[in-house]
Design a protein around this ligand. Structure first.
Ligand code: ADP
Ligand code: MG
Length: 717
């Protein structure tokens, strides 16, 4: 899930700052709340802190007069308190009136401590930083940061870092500063190696240390634009470092793999191979794109070296059947195949689907999950170990050490971006007999354009399904304000009356899983009541992450079978669920979701021939309107159904501040470089990597370690 990014800087109050410096403690000492928050952000090593770059900057180098400040400016003033009162209307707040000799301004605080009231007593001289707003009663600043006036002014801009709840800016600043000072930042490669990237007027060659020191504390004369759009040479230097690490790491693992051997899974010519029987038994013909990727995969499998292929295709493009055909090729050659999916619901669905296709053809398929009963599990483990089960489908339970394959030759990972490094590696390591490696097929619906994918994933071959199965009517997406919720419910009523099924997705509220649950429960009650008014009988189901797996399964099965018409759910249905009769998807508080997540969710409908729709219900909460990025996301959703286009827009809309969320979900390996704008740096890194790896293998290793740390394995997996 995405971390909340605190953009307000409101944590920067000088009063009530934690005093302890962020020292690394012995593991036995319990971590303080801010230390826990640092860990949550992945800020553990000094280098992690040094690489935690500001979202934006505040200029505290100057004191301005209120008279000269325009509305909307973030300024720093020094002023005297002339009134300080707690008011209760319209809600409890602290109102502090200050005068800087040029004008008055009211500081408003909605949450405050008694000690703060004391610090803001009449007569105090304060240095105050905040955004100046106009207002009915004159100028105001909401929750400005403040301290006593008269201290020395900093020489550099003040960084504002991406943070999470419980980690105040001031604490984070100290931690980053300390990390920056301690981190080993000597250049791995001489700065001259980066010279080709420095165009004319790029201000010479920056060392890594210089670039980082500058980005944390830029001098006030810098153009803020070049820092914000990351075009400043210091930014370019960082991106080059990062992309170089990524390319070196991939090149290294490609070379390592070139020496490895894999079982040859050549097509068999005997009577009626499974592969052909499966294709004949399918209820549909493959699309051209599916045929092409199956051929690409088949060609790889027939080689004596491990396949390492990414299969990308939009949601609903039909990747599952490609996986089934690849499995058939593997089984034909006499080997075992494993298919791993990130959630139990998805794994179960794959199991049902593939069982339906393969069981009539005589293939024994095993099923493994973390929650199955011991007895069933034992049976499955035996089937797998003896080799009787030719296909094994499951969640990450597949990679546990107790699971022993008889002869695994092909590992397929669905929604691969949902898995971590270790998990993918573990699956690969399930076949280590006789120096053989299994073939790997990784599937994803989060596409990046093919040409980019090929240069970015230097270590992966990429197959793309760029065509949807025929007969799909495009999904119509509507963005609807929360106030019109009742119209949406009417629409559900009419869909259900036509025998169709409906999803209603409630957002996950990160701060409180309980709140999120109660939301979904309330919506479930609301819809049940509304849809069953006047004696109608509409079955509405509820699915959320806290339910026991058995219940989840039962609800999902009821929806698949059609005995539930409406499914209210938190985002547990997000990946891969396939119910072709569902024709309406309602996403509540759609403004809270990321773009690719919205697209994934929408992909749950429009899977059959019926015209389908997606309603994005949004609410602006207490704010007068939606934030810019949220508006852009909803607009993009309404404008296009194309996953590649969505991915492009996502890259565009995601500000630099959002890398945190992406990084945590594990799907973005890049923190600084942006594939949408940094193609030229990627090209440079791609050209340089082989030379550097050949001539300076030790430096290359050091470089990869610094940037990717434990993550370099990730790129191999
Ligand atoms: P995804 O790529 O998102 O994993 P699925 O594999 O779940 O998509 O396929 C979506 C739906 O399309 C499924 O119901 C599947 O059976 C169906 N399907 C796949 N390929 C074809 C095809 N060539 N013709 C018709 N339907 C297809
Ligand atoms: Mg799928």
């Amino acid at each position: 899930m995405r971390a909340e990014v605190d953009l307000s800087g409101a944590g920067a109050q000088s009063v009530h700052m934690p005093k302890t410096p962020p020292a690394t403690r012995a593991p036995s000492t319990p971590l303080s709340a801010p230390q826990k928050a640092l860990h949550k952000l992945g800020l553990v090593r000094d280098i992690d802190l040094a690489l935690h770059l500001p979202l934006r900057y505040e200029d505290a180098t100057r004191i301005v007069k209120l008279r000269d400040a325009r509305e909307g400016d973030v300024v720093q003033i020094e002023a005297t308190v002339i009134a300080c009162d707690v008011s209760y209307r319209p809600r409890r707040q602290l109102l502090v009136e200050v005068d800087d000799g040029s004008e008055h301004c009211t500081l408003r605080f909605f949450s405050f401590y008694p000690s703060q009231i004391k610090a803001l007593e009449v007569g105090k001289r304060l240095r105050v930083r905040g955004e100046v707003r106009g207002g009915f009663l004159g100028r105001t600043m909401m929750h400005p940061s403040f301290e006593s006036a008269g201290g020395p002014l900093p020489a550099a801009l003040t960084p504002v870092y991406p943070t999470v709840a419980g980690l105040p800016q001031a604490y984070l600043r100290k931690a980053v500063l300390a990390g920056l000072a301690r981190a080993e930042l000597g250049d791995t490669f001489p700065p001259e190696d980066f010279a080709p990237l420095n165009g004319p007027g790029q201000g010479g060659i920056w060392t890594l240390r210089e670039a980082l020191a500058f980005l944390h504390h830029p001098t006030p004369d810098v153009s803020l634009d070049t820092l914000e759009d990351h075009s400043h040479p210091a930014w370019q230097r960082l991106k080059a470092e990062e992309l170089l690490a990524q390319q070196l790491s991939q090149l290294r693992s490609r070379r390592e793999r070139a020496a490895l051997r894999a079982p040859v899974l050549a097509p068999v010519s005997g009577p009626a191979p499974l592969y052909q029987r499966l294709q004949a038994a399918l209820p549909f013909a493959l699309t051209g794109a599916q045929q092409r990727v199956v051929t690409e995969i088949g060609t790889d499998l027939a080689l004596h070296k491990p396949m390492h292929r990414l299969l990308q295709g939009d949601v609903g493009a039909g990747k599952t059947v490609v996986a089934a055909l690849a499995a058939a090729l593997c089984i034909d050659a006499g080997w075992q195949c494993a298919l791993m999916a990130p959630t139990e619901i998805l794994a179960e669905q794959h199991f049902r689907k593939l069982l339906g296709w393969l069981e009539p053809l005589g293939v024994t398929t095993a099923w493994l999950t973390g929650t199955q009963k011991t007895k069933e599990r034992r049976t499955m483990l035996a089937l797998i170990a003896s080799g009787e089960a030719r296909l094994v489908i499951g969640t990450h339970a597949i990679i546990q050490s107790k699971v022993e394959f008889h002869q695994l030759a092909l590992a397929i990972i669905d929604e691969q971006h949902r898995f971590g490094v270790a998990q993918r590696l573990a699956l690969r390591n399930k076949l280590l007999t006789d120096g053989l490696e299994p073939h790997m097929l990784m599937m994803t619906a989060t596409p990046i354009p093919r040409t980019l994918a090929m240069s970015y994933y230097a270590d992966l071959d990429v197959s793309t399904i760029d065509e949807l199965p025929p007969g799909r009517t495009p999904i119509v997406t509507k963005v609807v304000q929360e106030a019109r919720r009742h119209e949406v419910i009417d629409r559900i009523r009419s869909q259900v009356a036509q025998g169709r099924q409906v999803y209603w997705v409630c957002p996950l509220i990160e701060e409180s899983e309980m709140l999120d649950l109660s939301n979904a429960t309330e919506t479930h009650a609301e819809l049940s009541a509304a849809l069953n008014e006047g004696g109608a009988s509409v079955a509405v189901g509820l699915l959320h992450s806290r339910m026991p797996p058995d219940e989840k399964k039962a609800v999902m099965a009821a929806f698949v079978q059609g005995s539930l018409s409406v499914l209210v759910s938190t985002t547990v249905i997000e990946v891969g669920v396939d119910v072709p009769n569902a024709s309406l998807m309602v996403i509540e508080n759609a403004q809270r979701f990321g773009l690719s997540q919205l697209h994934q969710l929408r992909g749950r409908v429009g899977r059959g021939a019926a015209a389908s729709a997606c309603v994005l219900l949004y609410s602006t909460g207490e704010a007068p309107r939606l934030g810019e990025a949220a508006r852009e996301r909803l607009k993009a959703m309404a404008q296009t159904n194309d996953g590649f286009e969505i991915a492009r827009r996502d890259l565009e809309i995601r500000g630099p501040g959002e890398f945190l969320g992406a990084r945590q979900s594990g799907d973005a390996m890049l923190r600084f470089a942006d594939l949408a704008t940094d193609g030229h740096i990627l090209d440079w890194a791609r050209r340089e990597a082989p030379r550097l790896l050949d001539h300076y293998p030790a430096l290359a290793h050091k470089h990869v370690q610094r940037w990717l740390g434990g993550k370099s394995d990730f790129l191999k997996a």
